[in-house]
Design a protein around this ligand. Structure first.
Ligand SMILES: Nc1nc2c(ncn2[C@@H]2O[C@H](COP(=O)(O)OP(=O)(O)OP(=O)(O)O)[C@@H](O)[C@H]2O)c(=O)[nH]1
Length: 940
């Protein structure tokens, strides 16, 4: 509240309360308070609010110290200023919806502007408008304006001060400093004597505030005194407002505004004459009988008297009550059972010391007694264990119900069935182990069993037991008391009282109402401890009230008063809290609330923003939902509210459209996609170009390298060839050397073989001649003329020998002063002539050099193969033989040629590649090798 002095109150079209104070206008939904002041709403002219009035169309008229203002669609407009019409003292809406204004004169609003009512020229202290307008002037004279006429009302006494007026059924009520007056024709009648401060009407009832309290006048009498002068410290009342729940608001000059409602429940306890804990209730003709810790009490709504003393019944605690059809009163106690017949109490000795939990009169007239150690029957004369229930002896029986031929027996461990004298305990039943404190048969025949731990079970005529527990909306796990009334099943337990429509008991989500919620469940549990009870009748209906036994007297609930309604949530406003330059609703607050002036702080909310988040968000008592960075799109915000343990109320919704940032729009995304594609294509093109350039470059590079390599290869080949040539050539003579021969002889031998095969028949004279030539006494040449001359001689010899050879011959420098000539296709018969020619070539070399010494050579010449039967490939043997022959030529005096013939037999078997001269000498001695000097035809 902006200020404690409340001047006026009214209810807006949406149910919120407008409260005028001396420092601004306030509006409340029961929890939050919005304040309207001049600094934000200059049209008000002043923060001192004098009067407020809500018109039928929802407009709010506000009279401040300076302006008459109209509030419509969230804005204030100045309709008149004090300078024009004077100080406004009253506002009233007539039955046609027209606003009347009491100021310096009488004014009304014609829909556009204020117009002075020119048929009334007098002053106006206050007014009230209905079918007619009633005006009180400064002299407290009241006039009824009826069209063109005016009726003057007369006072029975004078003087008095008219404070406020109201109309009920065409009759005027006037609050004055000397009491309440009512019009009667042209007279005013005094109805009460003490000064009346404020009044208002609701329906045909007048509510007024006097120094004695708040009163409701209906018809010809005061119907209720709702608040006495002693009630609380709420004093200096200035104004009253009544709502459709028959709850009322009081505005005070010193204590702000307060909301008062009539609780549908009451606790009746020691201060009402009742004992503490009550256990069992029994509606009787002359009142409600209550079994307590200290005897029995009888009473009505507000007053109870003890009718049975504690000493009259065993132990004194009235725990179970029954009035049987013969008028006997049975009282089960914690220590036994007593029956009252003709005002005489008689204890039942068979039950002495046992707690009696339940009493039931059977159709037969027998009385059943459910006790702590079994089930008993009184048959008119005696009390004994009910036949067939011996199994229950020692067990505590808590509740009983007769259902045609079946007797239901609720015990502390299981529900039993007794039928024609036989006891059955349905072991498969969900109730087989439950503590069953109460049983009830509905008018439609269904049976209800209350349990301590698992809610309620319902049994259709032939169906199975169905449970109604926490999971199906029951606020607590236990149920202690049950009754059916007016289409509802009432359930009581330690947490309060709930009720369910009978036809919803087996519904999937039954509509359950919390009639009374005992906050004692929380810390500092209340003394009420509604609603425990002990024996039977712990919850009964009597005279329009539901009664429940409790630990502190009884709890009474008025079944006719409006129940706690399912709260209706409302979205109050959607607030964009994003950056000021952004109007895109990305970050927002959604404010919601319910209109509840009674339990607003107990209300819980849940909300969701579809389709952004389809799950309900439990918000507790928070009344703002916050969202940050919502994606673009339309959303539906939904909110629900509920009372503690109540059901969720209807869904309130608001549609919110979040616009997209430019970068969230489709065209922008398309643009970006296109740019990305173009960019990628560009990269692709650049890459292709560079790859192509690179591949051209690489191709050129490869070609260059290949050419380089080829050049190098050919160079290498050339060098290799050169090297090879060098390796097979003797540098001094230019002849091939021994290595060349080993490389080439294979080729020559293969050629020979081919040749032989082609010729079919072997021609023994066509052989490869081996001529091993060694210069004689060459050492002497070196020694005598020097090595240079020796070299020259060797070169010259080579040159001459070359000339002496055929083209196809192979002349080699075999080493030192030794040469080897291989002469293919030679005939051994020509060896002598060839050898001569070779020796002559040697001699001519010496001569050519002008050496004084005659130069000669010795030659060993051998054909290869040595015989037709010898191995062509074994040329080393031939060479060894040639060497042997050369040796023989030296031995024979040099300057001659020696050849050899080997035993054909021997050759055909001999395959050794190496043979020593010793071996050859032994062959010679054996006559298998024949050596002979070739006859020289032309001795050089
Ligand atoms: N100047 C020169 N002398 C060589 C070359 N190769 C070998 N000789 C020499 O030739 C001589 C060969 O001497 P010997 O094996 O005793 O034979 P000889 O002196 O020819 O006597 P006989 O062969 O028994 O007739 C050695 O003194 C070698 O030094 C060469 O390339 N140039």
């Amino acid at each position: 509240m902006p200020q404690v002095t409340v001047t006026s109150m009214a209810r807006g079209a949406d149910g919120r309360m407008w409260i005028g104070t001396q420092n601004g206008l306030a509006r409340s939904d029961g929890q939050a308070m919005e304040v309207y002041q001049v600094n934000e709403f200059p049209a008000l002219g002043s923060n001192w609010i004098k009067l407020i009035q809500v018109a039928d169309n929802g407009d709010l008229w506000v009279s401040t110290l300076k302006h008459l203002v109209r509030w419509r669609d969230g804005r204030f407009d100045v309709m008149a200023q004090r300078e024009q019409i004077g100080e406004v003292t009253a506002l009233s809406i007539d039955s046609s919806g027209k606003l009347w204004v009491a100021a310096d004169r009488l004014w009304y609003f014609d829909g556009v502007a204020l117009v002075q009512y020119d048929q009334w020229q007098g002053s106006v202290r206050t007014l009230v408008a209905g079918a007619n307008v009633w005006v009180a002037n400064d002299n407290n004279e009241i006039t009824k304006l009826t069209g063109s006429a005016a009726e003057f009302l007369s006072w029975p006494v004078e003087p008095l001060v008219v404070r406020q007026m109201a109309i009920i059924k065409q009759r005027l009520w006037v609050a004055t400093s000397q009491g309440l007056y009512r019009s009667n024709g042209k007279q005013l009648e005094r109805m009460t004597e003490s000064p009346v401060i404020a009044l208002t009407t609701f329906g045909d009832a007048l509510w007024f505030v006097s120094e004695q309290g708040v009163f409701v006048w209906r018809g010809d009498h005061i119907e209720a005194q709702l608040l006495t002068e002693e009630a609380g410290n709420f004093t200096l009342i200035s104004t009253i407002f009544v709502d459709e729940n028959h709850a009322f608001w009081l505005g005070s000059q010193a204590h702000g505004a307060r909301y008062f409602w009539r609780a549908s429940y009451a606790q009746i306890s020691t201060q009402d004459g009742l004992s503490e804990s009550s256990w069992s209730l029994l509606p009787e003709k002359n009142g409600l009988l209550v079994g307590t810790n200290r005897g029995l009490f009888l009473g009505q709504k507000d007053e109870f008297k003890r009718v049975v003393g504690a000493n009259q019944i065993p132990g004194g605690v009235g725990y179970a009550l029954l009035r049987d059809s013969s008028g006997r009163l049975w009282v089960g106690t914690r220590e036994g059972l007593a029956v009252q017949e003709k005002s005489l109490w008689r204890p039942i000795k068979e039950l002495r010391g046992q707690q009696v939990n339940s009493l039931l009169e059977l159709q037969s007239g027998d009385i059943l007694i459910g006790a702590a150690r079994g089930l008993y029957r009184w048959d008119g004369e005696r009390v004994g264990v009910l036949a067939g229930t011996q199994a229950l002896v020692g067990k505590s029986v808590r509740s009983l119900l007769e259902d045609n031929s079946t007797l239901w027996i609720g015990t502390e461990n299981g529900l039993k069935e007794w039928r024609v004298g036989e006891l059955t305990s349905a072991t498969l039943s969900p109730l087989a182990q439950e503590f069953v404190p109460a049983l009830l048969q509905l008018q439609d025949g269904r049976v209800l069993a209350a349990t301590y731990q698992r809610g309620i079970f319902i049994k259709s005529l032939a169906g199975p037991w169905r449970s109604l527990e926490l999971s199906r909306g029951l606020p607590t796990q236990g149920a202690f008391g049950l009754f059916e009334h007016d289409g509802w099943v009432w359930i009581s337990n330690g947490d309060g009282v709930q009720r369910i429509p009978v036809d919803q008991l087996e519904a999937k989500n039954p509509m359950l109402q919390v009639v009374y919620f005992d906050e004692g469940q929380k810390l500092g549990r209340s003394r009420l401890r509604c609603c425990n009870g002990g024996g039977n009748g712990r919850a009964v209906i009597d005279d329009g009230y539901a009664w429940f036994s409790s630990l502190a007297g009884v709890v009474r609930i008025d079944t006719n008063l409006p129940e706690v309604k399912v709260p209706v949530a409302k979205v109050r406003k959607v607030l964009d809290v994003g950056k000021s330059e952004s109007r895109l609703m990305k970050d927002l607050e959604v404010h919601y609330s319910v209109l509840d002036f009674r339990n607003a702080q107990q209300i819980a909310y849940r909300y969701r923003m579809k389709p952004y988040n389809n799950q309900w968000q439990e918000a507790g008592d928070r009344r703002i939902a916050y969202y940050t960075n919502l994606p673009p799109g339309p959303f539906v915000f939904e909110v629900q509210a509920k009372q503690a343990f109540g059901r969720w109320g209807p869904v309130a919704s608001a549609t919110i459209v979040v616009e997209a940032y430019y970068y969230e729009t489709l065209w922008f995304k398309c643009l970006i996609a296109a740019l990305v594609l173009i960019f990628l294509y560009g990269i692709f093109r650049v890459r292709t170009f560079s790859l192509r350039t690179r591949s051209v470059y690489l191709a050129q590079e490869i070609q260059a390298r290949t050419e380089q390599l080829e050049t190098m290869n050919s160079e290498l080949e050339r060098v290799n060839k050169k090297l090879h040539l060098a390796s097979i050539t003797d540098p001094l003579t230019g002849l091939h050397n021994r290595r060349f021969m080993t490389e080439q002889i294979g080729v020559e031998l293969a050629r020979m073989k081919r040749q032989r095969q082609q010729q079919q028949q072997v021609q023994s004279n066509n052989v490869l001649g081996f001529f091993l030539i060694d210069l004689d006494w060459f050492k002497h040449v070196n020694d005598r003329y020097g090595h240079g001359v020796g070299d020259m001689l060797l070169a010259e010899t080579a040159s001459n020998l070359k000339k002496a050879c055929r083209e196809s011959d192979m002349l080699l420098r075999w080493g030192g002063e030794e040469f080897l000539l291989l002469a293919p296709d030679s005939n051994p018969s020509e060896f002598s002539r060839i050898a001569d020619r070779l020796r002559r070539a040697v001699a001519m070399a010496g001569e050519k050099m002008g050496l004084p010494q005659r130069i000669s050579a010795s030659i060993g010449c051998v054909p290869h193969p040595l015989s037709l039967r010898s191995d062509i490939d074994n040329w080393t043997f031939t060479l060894a033989l040639a060497d042997y022959c050369l040796y023989q030529a030296k031995a024979a005096g040099r300057n001659c040629s020696v050849t050899a013939v080997v035993d054909d037999e021997l050759l055909s078997t001999y395959r050794e590649a190496k043979i020593t001269s010793t071996e050859l000498s032994s062959w010679r001695d054996e006559g298998r090798l024949n050596v002979r000097v070739l006859e020289s035809l032309d001795t050089p």
